[in-house]
Ligand binder design. Structure first.
Ligand SMILES: [Fe+2]
Length: 390
């Protein structure tokens, strides 16, 4: 079994000791100080050594990236949208080619998905879980059956509780006329436990400007849920599985330039916490010393740390990886299309309720609703419009 003992960085240890010693010295006798010095040195040595022991045994299994990605409980679904939409024309924000309502052709520069004139996902229902739409690039227009709406993108994250039922549209207007409308974002479905499946629908908008990120030279880690390197994600929605720290939910996206690496400690819940790591873009990823040169899905042992490195040659493209982590909800999952419940009977009830109520109906003039080109990012919730921080 390949073992990769990551290198201890001597000056880092020294810095840690030198930072701690003066504080202690001011408060203790010489004898006490010396005893403490040794214990601090010992603790620092132990923690640094333990911290940097990354074993390939942390990788439990590997598999191809699919569409959607395979996800562990408490997650249900994850897709990465990467579309090079062209520049919009002056008259409208439509894509230049028509969709047929089901365009998922990966050989093309971009897909229309379920859109006809505008790429995206015109109005459709959900019940029983949450959608987390985490953007890196591009703009998404949201409208829903509660009369809520938003325009978000370029680093914003929309965290939506479908709960007892919502109909929404997610469409990609071509707002840029002078350059391509490049769209890059994840949509992640996070399950709700049975007790919260019928919670009121709502969403939270996490603006790019407020999202915690670990920034080191050549490294950006977007902290969308959970905590790493002292950065704690914004609060999720009130009924989310991620709301309770004990559920150990973490969602991180890693962007690493060539030769850069990033270390993630073991999950707080140890091996009881599920972890999936996705290598999405880049020439070569090293994960705990193991090399991957093609996109891959790794099932990781939550009880062990891992370190990823962009091992691509100098000047090659940045590496993009995603981590989905959480303690399993461990309840039966009955899933059909846009509904995720615990039993088949509840799925039938979801269809029946949707037919009867349309989850509030569709208050918008178009099924594939987009807002004017000049409108900036906004969130409309319960009649009040809010904006990103200036
Ligand atoms: Fe949706």
């Amino acid at each position: 079994m390949l073992e990769n003992l990551c290198l201890l960085v001597g000056h880092r240890l020294e810095r840690e000791v030198m930072r701690t010693v003066p504080i202690i010295a001011a408060k203790t006798s010489l004898f006490g100080f010396l005893a403490l010095f040794h214990s601090v040195l010992h603790m620092a040595t132990m923690s640094a050594a333990q911290k940097h022991t990354c074993s390939s045994s942390a990788i439990l299994s590997t598999g191809p990236l699919g569409f959607p990605y395979t996800t562990p409980d408490p997650f249900l679904f994850c897709v990465f949208h990467r579309d090079m939409y062209p520049a919009g024309n002056e008259k409208n924000m439509h894509a230049p080619r028509k969709g047929n309502g089901a365009d998922f052709d990966w050989s093309k520069p971009y897909r229309m998905y379920h859109g006809i004139d505008i790429a995206g996902f015109p109005q459709h229902p959900h019940r029983g879980f949450e959608t987390i739409t985490a953007t890196l690039e591009g703009i998404i227009d949201h409208t829903d059956s509660l009369g809520n709406a938003g325009r978000y993108g370029h680093g914003d994250v929309q965290w939506m509780t479908a709960g007892k039922g919502v109909v929404h549209g997610e469409n990609f207007p071509l707002v840029e006329t002078e350059k391509p409308n490049f769209t890059k974002f994840f949509q992640i479905w996070l399950n709700l436990p049975a007790k919260n499946k019928m919670a009121d629908a709502s969403f939270k908008m996490h603006w790019n400007e407020n999202i915690p990120r670990v920034k080191q030279e050549g490294v950006t880690v977007h902290v969308w849920a959970g905590e790493v390197e002292g950065k704690t994600a914004l609060q999720p929605t009130p009924f989310s599985w991620a709301q309770d720290d004990a559920n150990d939910v973490a969602i991180f996206a890693f962007e690493l330039m060539p030769s850069k690496e990033f270390y993630v400690p073991a999950a707080k819940g140890g091996s009881h916490t599920n972890r999936a790591l996705y290598f999405i873009e880049g020439d070569e990823m090293l994960c705990n010393g193991k090399s991957f040169t093609k996109p891959v899905h790794l099932t990781m042992d939550g009880g062990q740390p891992f370190e990823i490195k962009n091992n691509g040659p100098s000047g090659s493209k940045p590496m993009l990886c995603l981590l989905l982590q959480g303690r399993p909800i461990a309840e039966p999952v009955a899933k059909y299309g846009p509904f995720v419940m615990n039993t088949q009977q509840e799925i039938q009830q979801a269809f029946s309720d949707y037919r009867a109520t349309q989850f509030g109906g569709w208050p918008w003039k178009d099924d594939a609703m987009v807002f004017p080109r000049t409108k900036g990012r906004f969130a409309l919730l319960n009649g009040a419009e809010t904006y990103p921080p200036v």
